[in-house]
Design a binder for this molecule. Sequence first.
Ligand code: ADP
Ligand code: MG
Length: 247
Amino acid sequence: MTFLKVQGLSKSFGGVQAARDVSFEVGAGQLVALIGPNGAGKSTTFNMLGGQLLPDRGGVELDGKKITGLGPRRIWRAGVGRTFQITATFASLTVAGNVQAALMSAHRRLLDPFSWAEGLYRDEAAALAKRVGLERAIDRPVGELAYGDLKRVELALALAGKPRLLLMDEPTAGMAAHERADLMAQVAELAKAENVGVLFTEHDMDAVFTHADHVLVLHQGAIVARGTPEEIRADSHVRAIYLGTAA
Ligand code: ADP
Ligand code: MG
């Protein structure tokens, strides 16, 4: 069952066409990788889906409902989540505290100290932390965590909004190789278990080929190849793009 439908998205910045006629679909529980060299237009595409950027042309539908042009907050309410870097404000809060805050926000509760004192969403926060592999760090301040664990907290915060589609623009940037593999495996498992669609980009081709159900290759703003990991791996044009020898 398809629930995200991206149709003909285009975006120019001055003379640079960062996205041209980008069309694809993401189904429930499906992991779709959007790959391509630096400057290919991946972040531009993510930002148009998340509402941070308005497309020049084209549209995005979630369950047949147009979400193009809605602001980031309304797109998030419609079920499109994304990972954000944790800001310094929340660094002194524990992992559980951060997830609780995200759950309160998702439930439209004010971030007031009484809710915290009552332990509002405490159990739900602990369960979510566990699901992203942070059981051992639940009561640690986020500011003390290793980088890889911080990325897991960011994933938990994105999941707190119960997204139907999760956007992950380089979720493992800066992580050690083994941590990257772990995190992507966890994301894949969550996507399948909770029927969440995931659109992600990732430099580590092993992670892409291991976990993606479908791969889209962007080059100079356009999708130039799409298929299963096996098909993309065997595509000589894709190889040429990555080697910098493609036209
Ligand atoms: P990727 O994420 O694949 O590395 P981007 O989407 O960030 O690529 O960028 C695609 C192209 O659009 C690049 O040429 C980049 O320089 C340009 N670009 C992206 N954002 C802006 C912006 N806000 N203003 C001007 N040019 C931009
Ligand atoms: Mg980018």
